[in-house]
Design a binder for this molecule. Sequence first.
Ligand code: DGJ
Length: 378
Amino acid sequence: MKMKKSLLSVVLMAVPLFSHAKGEIRSGQLWPDNHGVHVNAHGGGILYHRGTYYWFGEHKAENTSNAMVGVMCYSSKNLTDWKNEGVALAVSDEQGSDIEKGCILERPKVIYNAKTHKFVMWFHLELKGLGYRAARAGVAVADKVTGPYHFLRSQRVNAYRYPLNVTESEKAAMAKLQPKDYAEWWTPKWRRAIEKGLFLQRDLSTGQMARDQTVYVDDDGKAYHIFSSEDNLTLQIAELSEDYTFHTGRFVRVAAGGQNEAPAIFKKDGTYWMITSGCTGWEPNKARMFSARDIMGPWKQHESPCVGPKADLTFGGQSTYVLKVEGRRDAFIFMADIWRPKHPSDARYIWLPIDFKNGLPVVEWRDEWTLEYFKVDK
Ligand code: DGJ
């Protein structure tokens, strides 16, 4: 009898582990980890390292979106069974620390530097108590993929640098733009000034604002930081130093005045694709898509990649990352977050396969699917 009881409890305990049975990916559902607890890694990204996927994301509390814990890490070999590896980057108890508990720490992404053998984490940081005013990029490093990550610094980026994709005469025109001449926002005159670099010029001496973000390592080992800048009105793509922990000063503006957030980037057959969202806080909106043959541009805008029911609101989510699946041909997963601002830790994940139709990425909702969707790479 005793034996039977303990067998039963083992079976019951194991139930949550297998709600991803048969490797199914169910967007919008609870995703239990190895302890049966919903994965807490929001606004995240995934690093594939030596045969294992590592998912890093924001730990969200029950009732606040501010960072009370830090960045979580989960590992998996099959993308459906996730082991909680604990806190990769912890917020600090020290008062006045850039990453003091209660700060806003969003959209962390980790890349591996093959030269330094270090893991480098970049994230969007807002100093405690300042709302979204600081608009800084934070960086932390670790010797081990799961951490602990050591916080290096946070700052705005590329102070005193002009983008590569402005001509000398555009630079001269930008230098004359003064915010006091454009006090009223959203007028056609203000929009034209934004496109010409009103806020870039305003932030020249302090460095550019950096909010929603991702990082990308190209085939040649160079890394890039892609972020919403200029008060979320314009994206910037900035080259990182060889060790991936600094900006080199080389950057471009993308979609000036287009109000893009949540950039997620991938490359297929030599073309870079970037999926973004509009700016509507925690509410979903229609995804956008861009492509380029060179990561530093020029970038061309396309229609949203999302099609079918609920596509106009990105299926209720906001992009965060595009994951390349190893060992499968042309296999990319669109990752997004369904935010729950009233109960942040209950936010859900959308993972959907990316199809390619007439050369364009296409994303369609699926209640459940498996990696078998993709062909095995031979
Ligand atoms: C949208 C961003 O994409 C999120 O990461 C977060 O910053 C929210 N805005 C806050 O409203």
